[in-house]
Design a protein around this ligand. Sequence first.
Ligand code: GMT
Length: 377
Amino acid sequence: MRKMKIGITCYPTVGGSGVIATELGKMLAEKGHEVHFITSSTPFRLNRNYPNVYSHQVDVNSYSVFQYAPYDIALATKIAEVIQNEKLDLMHVHYAIPHAVCAILGRDMAGADIGIVTTLHGTDITVLGTDSSLKEAIRYGIEKSDIVTAVSDSLKEQTYDMIQPDKDIQTVYNFVDEREYRLKDVGKLKNEFGIGDQEKVLVHVSNFRKVKRVGDVVDTFYRVQQQVAAKLLLIGDGPEMGRVVQQVRELGIEEHVLFLGKRDNLSELYNICDLKLLLSEKEAFGLVLLEAMACGVPGIGARIGGMPEIISPGTNGYLIDLGDVEQAASYALKVLTNDELHQQLKQGALNTVKTRFHSTAILEQYEALYESLLDRR
Ligand code: GMT
């Protein structure tokens, strides 16, 4: 395998796309490639010094004459500068807009003949794609990229339906860093959170946007805790938090719900959990399901987006019809009251990560795509 110089652009703040972009960059660097992150701030998972990894920050100045700071232009300019100074072999950008469009412009500005790989993560298609003012820009970003990947077959199909690009899109699934997300002995962590040994622990992790339907998670948990002693960990924060806090109060289950806010040490927390709930109405993949599974936590998800590509009902969790909290509660109770079934699903979850989403295999898929780009030039 040739050693390549790879530029990566993503949204560096918390979010699945930023996590995947950063973990991919770190793993590519470990394999000897030179990785250049070109982002508005240092990606949050780039939390220590990694050899072969460089971070280039996009400075976005706001001028009183402009109503909006020109992030896209500043990013394209920075991409052009890094392509030229570092002699990049290719750019891998996450999100069609603005990042693919910025990379195309940056390549043009640099007068370089390098390949652009664009990975679609969902929000850029399922949310922005419905905005007619952006649809043409998304199509342009996709069609002018050399290679386009989507994180699930579902997202690929949705992109064809909504954007109709004249472009081959390949599915490359997400992955986790198995060295971090794994079974761990976390000692008395469960008790330290005030949870009794006999209590079951359900968990939901998201950015609390409306599409995550955290209200359904709380309604499901309300039904579960009526039958078994249980606690719900709500991890993350976002626009719906106020409504969720109110719902928990109205249901009178404050004692059973732990609002943990944004957390970094998720793998340790997953290791005290028994079941994951992700009942969103849009979810191109559902990386948090995979992270939980890597720690032996089966999941209940809605039958939408990429979730049916991760959850095999009865093997590593269950799927429900969107919004059917009765069904979700009934599956949760089935799992939490049958130790043998729970153990089977736990094993199924671990196997899923190992056999279908292993980082080694996913990394090789990306490397093969990069190689094919170099061969074409
Ligand atoms: O789900 C979000 O709100 C964040 C968003 C992002 O851009 O980081 O997540 C998207 O990308 C993740 C990584 O590929 C996927 O696991 C999420 O399913 C996807 N979110 C949606 O499609 C809503």
